[in-house]
Write a protein of this length. Structure first.
Length: 235
Protein backbone atom coordinates (compact mmCIF):
# COMPACT_ATOMS: atom_id res chain seq x y z
CA UNK A 1 0.00 0.00 0.00
CA UNK A 2 2.81 2.36 0.79
CA UNK A 3 4.26 1.71 -2.62
CA UNK A 4 1.00 2.72 -4.33
CA UNK A 5 0.71 5.85 -2.23
CA UNK A 6 4.25 6.89 -3.15
CA UNK A 7 3.48 6.37 -6.81
CA UNK A 8 0.35 8.49 -6.55
CA UNK A 9 2.24 11.29 -4.79
CA UNK A 10 4.95 11.29 -7.47
CA UNK A 11 2.36 11.49 -10.27
CA UNK A 12 0.62 14.35 -8.46
CA UNK A 13 3.88 16.26 -8.15
CA UNK A 14 4.63 15.76 -11.86
CA UNK A 15 1.17 17.00 -12.83
CA UNK A 16 1.53 20.09 -10.69
CA UNK A 17 4.99 20.75 -12.11
CA UNK A 18 3.65 20.54 -15.67
CA UNK A 19 0.73 22.82 -14.85
CA UNK A 20 3.08 25.37 -13.32
CA UNK A 21 5.30 25.31 -16.41
CA UNK A 22 2.36 26.00 -18.72
CA UNK A 23 1.27 28.96 -16.58
CA UNK A 24 4.80 30.36 -16.70
CA UNK A 25 4.83 30.06 -20.52
CA UNK A 26 1.46 31.79 -20.77
CA UNK A 27 2.67 34.61 -18.54
CA UNK A 28 5.79 35.13 -20.64
CA UNK A 29 3.69 35.26 -23.84
CA UNK A 30 1.37 37.82 -22.28
CA UNK A 31 4.35 39.97 -21.27
CA UNK A 32 5.70 39.90 -24.84
CA UNK A 33 2.36 41.12 -26.23
CA UNK A 34 2.24 43.95 -23.73
CA UNK A 35 5.79 44.99 -24.62
CA UNK A 36 4.96 44.94 -28.37
CA UNK A 37 1.89 47.12 -27.77
CA UNK A 38 3.91 49.59 -25.76
CA UNK A 39 6.50 49.86 -28.52
CA UNK A 40 3.81 50.44 -31.18
CA UNK A 41 2.23 53.13 -28.98
CA UNK A 42 5.59 54.80 -28.52
CA UNK A 43 6.20 54.75 -32.28
CA UNK A 44 2.76 56.23 -32.91
CA UNK A 45 3.40 59.01 -30.40
CA UNK A 46 6.70 59.83 -32.10
CA UNK A 47 4.99 60.04 -35.51
CA UNK A 48 2.25 62.30 -34.12
CA UNK A 49 4.83 64.55 -32.51
CA UNK A 50 6.73 64.89 -35.77
CA UNK A 51 3.51 65.72 -37.64
CA UNK A 52 2.65 68.42 -35.07
CA UNK A 53 6.11 69.94 -35.37
CA UNK A 54 5.84 69.96 -39.17
CA UNK A 55 2.44 71.67 -39.00
CA UNK A 56 3.81 74.30 -36.62
CA UNK A 57 6.68 74.96 -39.01
CA UNK A 58 4.26 75.52 -41.90
CA UNK A 59 2.15 77.89 -39.81
CA UNK A 60 5.22 79.85 -38.80
CA UNK A 61 6.27 80.13 -42.43
CA UNK A 62 2.83 81.49 -43.36
CA UNK A 63 2.95 84.27 -40.75
CA UNK A 64 2.11 87.85 -41.88
CA UNK A 65 5.71 89.07 -41.51
CA UNK A 66 6.76 86.59 -44.12
CA UNK A 67 4.13 88.02 -46.44
CA UNK A 68 5.43 91.53 -45.71
CA UNK A 69 8.95 90.48 -46.53
CA UNK A 70 7.74 88.97 -49.75
CA UNK A 71 5.90 92.17 -50.72
CA UNK A 72 9.08 94.18 -50.13
CA UNK A 73 10.97 92.07 -52.61
CA UNK A 74 11.45 93.86 -55.94
CA UNK A 75 9.22 92.63 -58.70
CA UNK A 76 10.94 91.28 -61.74
CA UNK A 77 9.08 92.41 -64.83
CA UNK A 78 9.21 90.64 -68.13
CA UNK A 79 10.15 93.05 -70.83
CA UNK A 80 7.90 92.81 -73.87
CA UNK A 81 9.73 92.43 -77.15
CA UNK A 82 9.81 95.75 -78.91
CA UNK A 83 8.47 95.80 -82.42
CA UNK A 84 10.76 97.78 -84.69
CA UNK A 85 9.03 100.67 -86.43
CA UNK A 86 8.69 100.27 -90.18
CA UNK A 87 11.47 101.97 -92.01
CA UNK A 88 10.41 105.05 -93.89
CA UNK A 89 10.49 104.42 -97.60
CA UNK A 90 12.30 107.04 -99.62
CA UNK A 91 9.99 109.12 -101.79
CA UNK A 92 9.84 108.00 -105.36
CA UNK A 93 11.08 110.74 -107.61
CA UNK A 94 9.41 110.74 -111.01
CA UNK A 95 11.69 112.42 -113.51
CA UNK A 96 10.02 115.20 -115.43
CA UNK A 97 9.81 114.63 -119.16
CA UNK A 98 12.61 116.41 -120.90
CA UNK A 99 11.49 118.98 -123.36
CA UNK A 100 12.53 118.25 -126.87
CA UNK A 101 14.84 120.72 -128.35
CA UNK A 102 13.59 123.14 -130.89
CA UNK A 103 15.89 121.61 -133.44
CA UNK A 104 14.13 118.20 -133.24
CA UNK A 105 10.79 119.81 -133.93
CA UNK A 106 11.91 121.68 -137.01
CA UNK A 107 10.90 120.08 -140.32
CA UNK A 108 13.54 118.56 -142.51
CA UNK A 109 14.99 120.91 -145.04
CA UNK A 110 13.71 120.75 -148.59
CA UNK A 111 17.17 119.96 -149.88
CA UNK A 112 17.17 116.69 -147.96
CA UNK A 113 13.84 115.74 -149.43
CA UNK A 114 15.10 116.53 -152.88
CA UNK A 115 18.19 114.39 -152.34
CA UNK A 116 16.27 111.34 -151.20
CA UNK A 117 13.81 111.70 -154.04
CA UNK A 118 10.85 110.49 -151.84
CA UNK A 119 7.91 112.95 -151.85
CA UNK A 120 5.98 113.46 -148.69
CA UNK A 121 2.93 111.28 -148.46
CA UNK A 122 -0.19 113.31 -149.00
CA UNK A 123 -3.02 112.94 -146.56
CA UNK A 124 -5.87 111.15 -148.24
CA UNK A 125 -9.14 113.03 -148.23
CA UNK A 126 -12.08 111.32 -146.52
CA UNK A 127 -14.31 109.38 -148.84
CA UNK A 128 -17.79 110.56 -149.68
CA UNK A 129 -19.34 107.44 -148.15
CA UNK A 130 -17.73 108.17 -144.80
CA UNK A 131 -19.18 111.70 -144.82
CA UNK A 132 -22.74 110.57 -145.47
CA UNK A 133 -24.90 110.81 -142.34
CA UNK A 134 -26.31 107.62 -140.91
CA UNK A 135 -30.10 107.64 -141.13
CA UNK A 136 -31.76 107.61 -137.74
CA UNK A 137 -34.81 105.33 -137.57
CA UNK A 138 -37.93 107.36 -136.91
CA UNK A 139 -40.16 105.82 -134.29
CA UNK A 140 -43.79 105.72 -135.13
CA UNK A 141 -46.54 106.78 -132.75
CA UNK A 142 -46.96 104.59 -129.72
CA UNK A 143 -49.72 102.06 -129.96
CA UNK A 144 -52.75 103.00 -127.93
CA UNK A 145 -53.65 100.60 -125.12
CA UNK A 146 -56.46 98.26 -125.91
CA UNK A 147 -59.43 98.92 -123.68
CA UNK A 148 -61.50 95.84 -122.99
CA UNK A 149 -65.16 96.69 -123.31
CA UNK A 150 -68.12 94.60 -122.30
CA UNK A 151 -69.60 92.90 -125.36
CA UNK A 152 -73.19 93.92 -126.13
CA UNK A 153 -75.85 91.39 -125.17
CA UNK A 154 -77.70 89.36 -127.74
CA UNK A 155 -81.26 90.32 -128.54
CA UNK A 156 -83.72 88.73 -126.06
CA UNK A 157 -80.92 86.49 -124.71
CA UNK A 158 -81.46 85.24 -121.13
CA UNK A 159 -78.14 84.58 -119.39
CA UNK A 160 -77.31 82.61 -116.30
CA UNK A 161 -75.84 84.74 -113.52
CA UNK A 162 -72.49 82.97 -113.88
CA UNK A 163 -72.42 83.79 -117.63
CA UNK A 164 -72.83 87.54 -117.17
CA UNK A 165 -69.81 89.78 -117.80
CA UNK A 166 -67.70 90.56 -114.76
CA UNK A 167 -68.63 94.24 -114.75
CA UNK A 168 -72.35 93.42 -114.69
CA UNK A 169 -71.99 90.85 -111.91
CA UNK A 170 -70.07 93.35 -109.77
CA UNK A 171 -72.98 95.80 -109.93
CA UNK A 172 -75.56 93.24 -108.79
CA UNK A 173 -76.55 93.12 -105.10
CA UNK A 174 -76.90 89.76 -103.31
CA UNK A 175 -80.10 88.13 -104.58
CA UNK A 176 -82.14 85.47 -102.77
CA UNK A 177 -85.58 84.17 -103.77
CA UNK A 178 -87.68 82.89 -100.87
CA UNK A 179 -91.11 82.57 -102.62
CA UNK A 180 -92.10 81.75 -106.20
CA UNK A 181 -95.79 81.82 -107.27
CA UNK A 182 -96.25 81.39 -111.03
CA UNK A 183 -99.66 81.66 -112.74
CA UNK A 184 -99.55 80.43 -116.31
CA UNK A 185 -103.09 81.68 -117.09
CA UNK A 186 -102.54 85.22 -115.78
CA UNK A 187 -98.98 86.55 -115.85
CA UNK A 188 -100.03 89.61 -113.82
CA UNK A 189 -101.05 87.32 -110.94
CA UNK A 190 -97.57 85.77 -110.71
CA UNK A 191 -95.30 87.06 -107.94
CA UNK A 192 -91.97 86.28 -106.28
CA UNK A 193 -90.27 87.25 -103.01
CA UNK A 194 -86.71 88.54 -103.54
CA UNK A 195 -84.60 89.71 -100.60
CA UNK A 196 -87.70 89.77 -98.37
CA UNK A 197 -89.90 91.85 -100.75
CA UNK A 198 -92.92 90.59 -102.75
CA UNK A 199 -92.58 91.85 -106.33
CA UNK A 200 -94.36 91.34 -109.64
CA UNK A 201 -93.38 91.80 -113.27
CA UNK A 202 -92.08 95.31 -113.94
CA UNK A 203 -91.20 96.03 -110.29
CA UNK A 204 -87.82 97.70 -109.69
CA UNK A 205 -85.74 95.93 -107.03
CA UNK A 206 -82.69 98.21 -106.91
CA UNK A 207 -80.93 100.81 -109.02
CA UNK A 208 -80.73 99.59 -112.62
CA UNK A 209 -82.32 96.25 -111.62
CA UNK A 210 -85.96 95.23 -112.18
CA UNK A 211 -88.18 92.16 -112.63
CA UNK A 212 -88.69 91.71 -116.38
CA UNK A 213 -90.64 88.44 -116.41
CA UNK A 214 -91.78 85.64 -114.06
CA UNK A 215 -91.59 82.13 -115.50
CA UNK A 216 -92.01 78.60 -114.24
CA UNK A 217 -88.25 78.36 -113.69
CA UNK A 218 -87.89 81.57 -111.71
CA UNK A 219 -87.70 85.30 -112.32
CA UNK A 220 -86.00 86.96 -115.29
CA UNK A 221 -84.32 90.15 -114.09
CA UNK A 222 -82.96 93.01 -116.18
CA UNK A 223 -79.80 95.02 -115.47
CA UNK A 224 -79.21 97.57 -118.20
CA UNK A 225 -79.38 95.69 -121.50
CA UNK A 226 -78.75 92.27 -119.94
CA UNK A 227 -81.48 89.81 -118.97
CA UNK A 228 -80.63 86.93 -116.65
CA UNK A 229 -82.50 84.22 -114.77
CA UNK A 230 -82.76 84.11 -110.99
CA UNK A 231 -83.80 80.46 -110.48
CA UNK A 232 -86.34 79.39 -107.92
CA UNK A 233 -85.48 77.09 -105.05
CA UNK A 234 -84.65 73.58 -106.09
CA UNK A 235 -83.93 74.65 -109.67
Amino acid sequence: MSFILDALKKSEHKRRAQAGGESVALFELYDKKIIARRRSLQLLMIVLLLAILLLLGVLVWQRPWNATNRSEMPEIGIAEPSVPAPAAQPPVVIPAPTAQSHEDLEPAPQSLVAQTGEPAAAVSAPSAEALQPVPVPVQGPAAEPVIMTTPPPLENQVYAISDLPTEVRRRLPPLQMALHAYNAADAAASLVQINGHLVREGTQIADNLSVDEITSNGAILRSGRYRFLLPRRGQ
